[in-house]
Design a protein around this ligand. Structure first.
Ligand code: 5RP
Length: 212
């Protein structure tokens, strides 16, 4: 599995040129990509605190700007319309911002991430802690079966933005669900990334498949 992640991550490095501002994704696949950036003369925009720590340890200079040339990130699921579901690591809101502001958004993953349909996938939703149980009721009435994400100590998982995450299943059509819930009071955003991915690089046994 790691070798397939590595294949996709190394392929993404071909898009990176010296002097670029690069959006740095989060998660294990994005971390492999980050290691490859050590040899490039670029500056990065980190999509999570964990990525920020890794980038600093690798000597990658960091900036906070929305002027991003290329962003590279992993995904939890992707279909043939290049809709993504992200947020397994809890960094969905910053990841979406970085993706939105990148001139080119490249997604890297392994063949397991490629889905015929996103229908049965779990969609993370980041919500404000304030009155979050009320927000949970609203999510339920939007058709989701949503569970508060817990950390290893069984406390609510807290995102880099100080928010909670609900993982929603049985939601049917993910885009409809996203559109219904994204405007609910208390909801910050969802892990559905619509019309954002420009290029998807899938690590397979025989090489890297490119979808665009
Ligand atoms: C974090 C994410 C990650 O990109 C996603 O979970 C994929 O992670 P991995 O590369 O470890 O499978 O969205 O919020």
């Amino acid at each position: 599995m790691n070798s397939l992640k590595r294949r996709a991550a190394l392929e993404a490095l071909n898009w990176i040129e010296d002097g670029m501002t690069v959006g740095l994704g989060s998660g294990s696949t994005a971390e492999i990509f980050l290691h490859g950036l050590r040899h490039k003369n670029i500056q990065g925009v980190a999509s999570s605190k964990k990525t920020e720590v890794l980038a600093r340890s690798l000597g990658i200079p960091l900036v906070e700007t929305n002027d991003i040339d290329v962003a590279v990130d992993g995904t939890d699921a992707v279909d043939d319309s290049l809709t993504l579901i992200k947020g397994g690591g809890g960094s969905l809101v910053r990841e979406k911002l970085v993706a939105y502001h990148a001139d080119v958004y490249i997604v890297i993953g392994t063949k397991e991430k490629w889905k015929k349909t996103l229908h049965d996938e779990t969609v993370p939703v980041e919500v404000l802690p304030f009155l979050h149980e009320g927000t949970e009721e609203l999510l339920l009435s939007a058709g989701g079966h949503c569970t508060l994400r817990l950390d290893t100590k069984k406390n609510p998982f807290v995102s880099d933005n100080g928010n909670f995450i609900y993982d929603c299943t049985d939601i049917g059509e993910v885009i409809d669900f996203h559109e219904k819930v994204v405007r609910l009071p208390g909801v910050v955003n969802t892990g559905v990334f619509l019309n954002l991915a420009d290029i998807v690089l899938i690590g397979e046994d025989t090489g890297v498949r490119t979808e665009r």
